[in-house]
Design a protein. Structure first.
Length: 522
């Protein structure tokens, strides 16, 4: 289904259904990421079953555990390569640092439609893609599938089919390799989604290969008297007032024999003493739940008892621990990991387990913070510098307590770009075009905020036929009547210099920008 959706969206891109398709890719990518998280959890559970079997019978399990470990290692190497490509493409497309690219979500990418860096990195300069990293990726994955299926064949197991077709394809009448078909002129958001899909396919391939090994191992062959008691907490960290939960069960338990699980003290023979609590048991697992009302490390122990096929009862003592901690605050910038001076910077603040009306947020530094809808906005003074801290407090049992604080780097608004009419830096205009133009300032498309910025003054220098300079001043972004007259009288080839251009953003700071040279044309 994911493959079909990707093909449909890619086909729609070819029809120039642009913005809606880009948004659809972002949504599809999110779904693939969530599926990948679930698949990773399933793979971890499969490998845990190999480890459990090894703890019961290490001699029998060793070759199977080694094969599963090799598959996981090979899969990890491929996924590491995909992660590196993801970061590299983001760095080159968005112009970010490695650390910024590593945490940037796809929905916040500004150049989602850009395909230049994708083509350059993944396809390269050669038409057949032989110089691009797409070829290296395909070769790496093909080698990975060959190696894994080789491990399976050594144990007379059926090979696993990777759901990726690396066959050559036809594009505009040319037969081209997979890497060219997949990445040439492919928008950034589509390439990221394809890489995420490949990552998901590799995880599924890993899981199916381990499932074949586990099915052959057949852990149910282990004798019941070698089973160990296991405790799996839902989470080792618990907030004050929450409930700690854990599953206590016998690894490799028999479906026809139900164990008894007790929490509390046991005697020397491993039997529960008076006062021990019996747990409810479902599918061989006892469910333990207790209110977390004290901070720190909490320990508990007990015993699992089970009758073997001869009717003899065996006892398996267990012990475990968990940590009770106070809630901690989570502060996340919704734009970038910086706060800009003089403008409203949106941030999200939450304290797990605490309602928003019990949360108080303050700012340490030159500025103020205020609530805006479901989030907050930070506005820094122009005198702020270095770092500021957002401090979060929550009311716990009637007492206000600090939950945490997050530091943010302080940066001024960037210098804007200024153009005169259609000219940025230098260019040509007719005298009529120049006399009708005005100064327009704007921030780079990469800047995450949509903020106004204006030219508040500039000077114009034009020379008479005898070389004498004429200087004129404007205290706005538009030409003065005198400037227009001088421009209209300019001859072909004559240059007009706009200098001392001053722009002002929402922060009120006046910023000088580069001069502009306009040459009069016919």
């Amino acid at each position: 289904m994911i493959s079909m959706m990707y093909l449909v969206l890619t086909a729609m891109l070819a029809l120039n259904v642009q913005r809606e398709v880009l948004d659809a890719f972002v949504m599809l990518n999110g779904g693939i990421e969530r599926a990948g998280v679930q698949q990773e959890a399933e793979n971890n559970n499969l490998f845990a079953q190999f480890q459990m079997a090894s703890s019961l019978d290490p001699v029998k399990t060793k070759p199977w555990l080694n094969a599963a470990s090799d598959i996981r290692l090979a899969s990890k190497e491929v996924r590491s390569m995909l992660d590196s490509l993801h970061i590299e493409l983001t760095v080159e497309t968005e112009g970010l640092t490695h650390s910024e690219a590593d945490t940037l979500q796809l929905r916040f990418v500004e150049k989602q439609e850009d395909y230049n860096e994708v083509t350059r990195i993944m396809v390269g300069d050669e038409e057949d893609g032989s110089e691009g990293k797409g070829l290296i990726l395909r070769q790496t994955i093909e080698r990975f599938t060959t190696d894994v299926n080789g491990l399976l064949q050594e144990k007379n197991l059926e090979a696993v089919q990777l759901p990726i077709d690396f066959s050559d394809g036809n594009k505009e009448g040319k037969i081209l390799p997979w890497e060219v078909i997949s990445f040439y002129d492919m928008p950034f958001v589509a390439a990221m989604t394809l890489l995420e899909k490949i990552r998901n396919d590799v995880q599924r391939f890993e899981g199916e290969a381990m499932q074949r090994l586990l099915g052959e191992l057949d852990a149910e062959d282990f004798p019941i008297d070698t089973v160990l008691a296991k405790v799996i907490p839902r989470s080792p960290y618990v907030m004050l007032g929450e409930t700690y939960e854990a599953d206590v069960f016998l690894g490799g338990f028999s479906r026809t024999l139900s164990p008894q699980v007790f929490v509390g003290e046991v005697d020397q023979e491993g039997n529960p003493v008076e006062g021990s609590a019996a747990l409810d048991v479902t599918n061989g697992m006892g469910h333990y739940a207790v209110k977390a009302n004290r901070e720190g490390v909490q320990t508990y122990s007990g015993v699992v008892q089970m009758a073997n096929k001869r009717g003899d009862t065996r006892s398996f003592p267990f012990s475990s621990s968990y940590i009770v901690a106070r809630p901690s605050a989570v502060v996340s910038p919704t734009k970038m990991n910086v706060l800009y001076k003089g403008v409203e910077n949106p941030i999200d603040v939450s304290v797990p387990g605490v309602s928003s009306d019990k949360v108080r947020v303050s700012l340490q530094g030159n500025g103020k913070i205020s609530q805006s809808g479901e989030g907050y906005e930070v506005k820094l003074e122009n005198s702020a510098h270095g770092e500021v801290s957002v401090v979060v407090q929550a009311e716990i049992d009637g007492t206000w307590m600090e939950m945490g604080r997050q530091k943010f780097r302080v940066k001024p608004l960037p210098a804007p770009y200024v153009r005169f009419g259609s000219v940025k830096g230098s260019g040509k205009l007719t005298a009529i075009e120049a006399s009708l133009a005005f100064m327009k300032a704007e921030y780079s498309p990469d800047f995450p905020f949509d903020l106004p910025v204006n030219v508040v003054s500039f000077k114009m220098e034009i020379r008479k036929p005898d070389g004498t300079p004429i200087d004129r001043d404007s205290q706005s972004k538009i030409l003065t009547p005198d400037m227009k007259v001088n421009i209209q009288q300019a001859k072909r080839g004559q240059q007009i210099l706009f200098k001392d251009i001053i722009a002002q953003g929402e922060d009120g700071v006046r910023i000088p920008v580069s001069p502009i040279v306009v040459t009069i044309k016919r």
